[in-house]
Design a protein around this ligand. Structure first.
Ligand SMILES: [Zn+2]
Length: 452
């Protein structure tokens, strides 16, 4: 086993270099609008390739279309079977209202011990840590027993059809490893006098419901001759707003609430009360408990009407729906039918963007992550709980390939997770987390892949 303490000291001394890598990545505006042509992730992939090549690490860029490259790098072990994959993504979401940003979103400005910019936290910080971990393995002459993969995919923010989704369908052998660590977890929570990390073991499903609301058109000067679809829409929106989702505490996080000094055993009956209590000290955690105890139906887009003097015949309403892991298609249809009830002229289609998915919590990978984190942070008082994420990531493509995949980014416990603002204005990454993340990724690679 290499002297990790000595390497951690090197990492502390390399702060400037680590921050510079993060800044370089943020300055490449790989914005994914969801409508082709978009993304432009290839320059990020090329940056990663050149960075790793400087230490003799080989990689290749695979892509469905040339401008949306996916970077896959490997450090070969004595045994060329890979044991671990570092995962991340290279695209970022668009910036709305740039004038509200304190620093220009692609400037990667340093302030308050943070790097500011779109993608700084989602997901270029994790990629930075993983690239640095690979560099340090090489520079310290550490020889692995099993190979290590780094794969950063395009198009994560719009369904992965050019990224991990495409890789899983077309090149599964390139991403084959029993274990992977990705974004989508690793939030530190200081509660009940101790430090707890949320390990991302699974994700809620995300689907899109397209409602069609029909009426009968007529001239707007004689509206009684038609049936205005907007009034039906208004009824439907009122029902959605008033929808009381069934409460459910079956996801794994709820059986670990004692870590947060919540002594009542959670149930559908008392979960609202528990959430209200948590809300006082920890609104972010309360929000997570709320999301994990029910399905959500959120209207997000509307489209309809053809002319200012015509009673509209058709309105389309889009709703974002998030389901818990066991809530299947029948369940969802039952709920939607009960929401619509007797409103005439309403039909819907369901588009599954992401099926709910999860890895087990008791695995060898979890043991390695716990040990690597304790070592890197020099703390022996860390508790771990499994969390189901309310969003989805590329992990939904690797879990069905029998790759145990956890969301864990190695954030530093003193780095307030509220400041990351993924997808928001003034997104940023804490420099402390870039350092702790690099240490944790390095320790993880050594322990999972094995060293000589
Ligand atoms: Zn992301």
């Amino acid at each position: 086993m290499p002297d990790l303490k000595a390497i951690f000291a090197q990492i502390d001394a390399m702060e400037d270099e680590i921050v510079a890598v993060e800044q370089d990545l943020v300055r490449i505006p790989s914005v994914n609008t969801g409508t082709m042509p978009t993304g432009g992730e290839t320059p990020v992939a090329e940056y990663v390739r050149d960075f790793l090549a400087a230490d003799g690490i080989e990689s290749e860029i695979l892509s469905r279309v040339p401008e949306r490259g996916n970077i896959i790098a490997r450090i070969e072990g004595e045994n060329t079977d890979a044991r671990l994959m570092f995962m991340s993504h290279t695209d970022v979401v668009p910036t709305e209202e740039v004038e509200k940003w304190t620093y220009p979103p692609f400037s990667a400005t340093i302030a308050n011990e943070r790097v500011y910019g779109r993608g700084a936290s989602d997901c270029k910080a994790l990629l930075t840590c993983q690239m640095m971990a690979m560099r340090l393995l090489k520079r310290n002459g550490i020889e692995l027993e099993h190979s290590l993969i780094l794969c950063s995919g395009a198009d994560e923010e719009h369904g992965g059809r050019y990224g991990f989704g495409w890789l899983a369908d077309n090149h599964p052998e390139k991403i084959a490893a029993p274990f992977a660590v990705n974004e989508g977890g690793g939030t530190p929570i200081e509660a009940a006098g101790g430090l707890t990390y949320l390990l991302g073991v699974g994700e809620k499903g995300r689907l899109q419901v397209e409602f069609e609301i029909r009426g009968v058109s007529s001239h707007a000067s004689v509206p009684w001759q038609g049936t205005n679809a907007l009034y039906r829409l208004s009824n439907l929106l009122e029902r959605i707003e008033g929808y009381e989702a069934e409460l459910d505490t079956s996801t794994s996080l709820f059986s670990h609430l004692s870590n947060f000094a919540i002594e009542h055993k959670p149930s559908a009956e008392n979960v609202e009360e528990i959430i209200d209590e948590v809300q006082r000290d920890n609104p972010r955690f309360a929000s997570m408990l709320r999301a994990l105890s029910r399905m959500t139906v959120t209207p997000t887009m509307i489209n309809g009407g053809v002319k200012s003097n015509s009673v509209p015949e058709v309105i389309n309403l889009t709703a974002d729906v998030r389901t818990l892991p066991h809530q299947d298609d029948d369940y969802l249809r039952g709920e939607l039918d009960s929401i619509i009830g007797d409103i005439p002229g309403v039909t819907y289609d369901i588009d599954y963007m992401a099926e709910p998915n999860a890895s087990d919590f008791e695995t060898e990978l979890a043991d390695h992550i716990k040990a690597a984190t304790a070592l890197a942070l020099e703390r022996d008082d860390i508790s771990w709980v499994p969390a189901i994420s309310t969003g989805f990531t590329d992990s939904r493509f690797t879990r069905p390939l029998n790759i145990v995949t956890y969301g864990f980014s190695g954030s530093h416990p003193d780095d307030d997770p509220m400041l990351g603002r993924a997808h928001g204005t003034d997104e940023s990454a804490g420099i402390r987390s870039l350092i702790s993340g690099t240490k944790i990724m390095l320790a993880l690679a050594c322990s999972i892949c094995g060293t000589k």
